[in-house]
Design a protein around this ligand. Structure first.
Ligand SMILES: [Fe+2]
Ligand SMILES: [Fe+2]
Length: 364
């Protein structure tokens, strides 16, 4: 005889069946699989009881790492940088459901980094670098400023010609670095034992914190711009905008996160973050010219306006008070510092090319 209870039991078993039928094997890209994995509190433990799913994850990972060839394959580049950025986000944001150090997440992260960094090393030029620490800092600064992406044409276009929609699109891609720069500097400081280096980074960090004034905290100033030019839609925050980032934008963010999340990458970080500071005054002065032309308010422009002068100070501070003493003590550090600088410049070059292509495709 059928009772009321039995219909509940039938329904439950249907639900179980539906849940049972959706497995990681139903997702065909690494970023999708990763999002599903992160739903589990213990992804590695979960996969131990699902060997076919573990095999599928590792197969996707192998495909991405073997096929990754930078800008020559947009689909694979997106899979690599999106997956890496998702794992990195778990290292710095407090929303994590899974453990940030879960073994399978660490395995995926290290494999992706290895494929990406060996590509980046292959396109880093071999250069004769000055051995004297002061000469090296001068050489590094002028090398970064002469790099094709440093004063890329898109900045002149944004200053003098772009439409409001193009400016909004550009800032939807600028979401991978500036909104988390305070955390990046904070992470850079960990483990530095030279007082003058730590002091330079600490003073840079305090600038990020608006020198103690809540309304002048840099991430707050940056979000004022996003509100005004409608990058944020319907109450969005930076993490929502991050979902619309191209792989080139994600690679720029990954460059800095890769540099600061591993203690052994300290010198790479000094080169990468220092270069961000060195190249931003030119870029930001062009962006503020664009803001003025498009009628963006002072309140929304102040982040970029302020950084034209501040980052010139930060750039020289990094060179003189952080990079110089480290190179004076350990000349071998030059290789990693230069690599960090080129990592920033080459990923930025891909990024500028992407923005240029996006604008020209939209005009066709
Ligand atoms: Fe800042
Ligand atoms: Fe700065």
């Amino acid at each position: 005889m059928i009772t009321d209870n039995s219909s509940d039991i039938v329904l439950e078993s249907i639900n179980d069946k539906v849940e049972f039928e959706i497995t990681l094997e139903d997702y065909q890209t690494l970023p999708e699989v990763l999002m599903q994995l992160l739903e589990h509190a213990k992804p590695y433990q979960y996969l131990q009881s699902a060997p076919n799913e573990l095999k599928h994850v590792r197969q996707l990972l192998k495909t991405v790492t073997e096929r990754f060839c930078g800008p020559n394959d947009d689909g694979i580049a997106f899979q690599l940088h999106k997956s890496l950025n998702t794992i990195y986000d778990y290292q710095i944001n407090s929303f994590a459901n899974s453990s940030q150090y879960d073994p399978i997440l660490m395995e995926i992260m290290l494999e992706l980094e290895s494929a990406w960094i060996s590509f980046e090393k292959s396109r880093t030029p071999k250069e004769e670098m000055p051995t004297d620490a002061r000469e090296f800092t001068k050489w590094l600064k002028s090398y970064a400023l002469k790099h094709p992406s440093s004063q890329h044409d898109i900045f002149k276009y944004l200053a003098d010609e772009c439409t409001q929609e193009e400016m909004t699109y550009f800032f939807s891609q600028e979401v991978t670095i500036d909104p988390r720069f305070d955390d990046l500097i904070a992470l850079m400081q960990v483990g530095i034992d030279k007082p003058e280096v730590k002091m330079e980074l600490a003073s840079n960090f305090w600038d990020e914190m608006g020198n103690g004034k809540p309304d002048e905290v840099h991430t707050k100033l940056f979000s004022n711009l996003y509100d005004e030019i409608d990058v944020f839609k319907d109450g969005e925050g930076f993490l929502d905008v991050l979902d619309r980032a191209s792989w080139q934008a994600l690679a720029c963010g990954n460059t800095l996160l890769y540099s600061v999340l591993h203690r052994k990458h300290l010198n790479i970080g000094l080169g990468a973050l220092g270069t961000v500071e060195i190249i931003s005054p030119y870029r930001f002065s062009h962006l503020t010219r664009g803001f003025k032309r498009l009628g963006v308010s002072d309140k929304a422009s102040v982040y970029h306006q302020t950084h034209i002068a501040i980052d010139a100070i930060h750039g020289n501070g990094w060179l003189n008070n952080a990079i110089k003493p480290i190179v004076a003590e350990t000349p071998q550090a030059r290789e990693e510092i230069f690599f960090g600088s080129m990592l920033r410049m080459n990923t930025s070059a891909d990024y500028c090319e992407h923005i240029e292509k996006h604008f020209s495709n939209n005009q066709d």
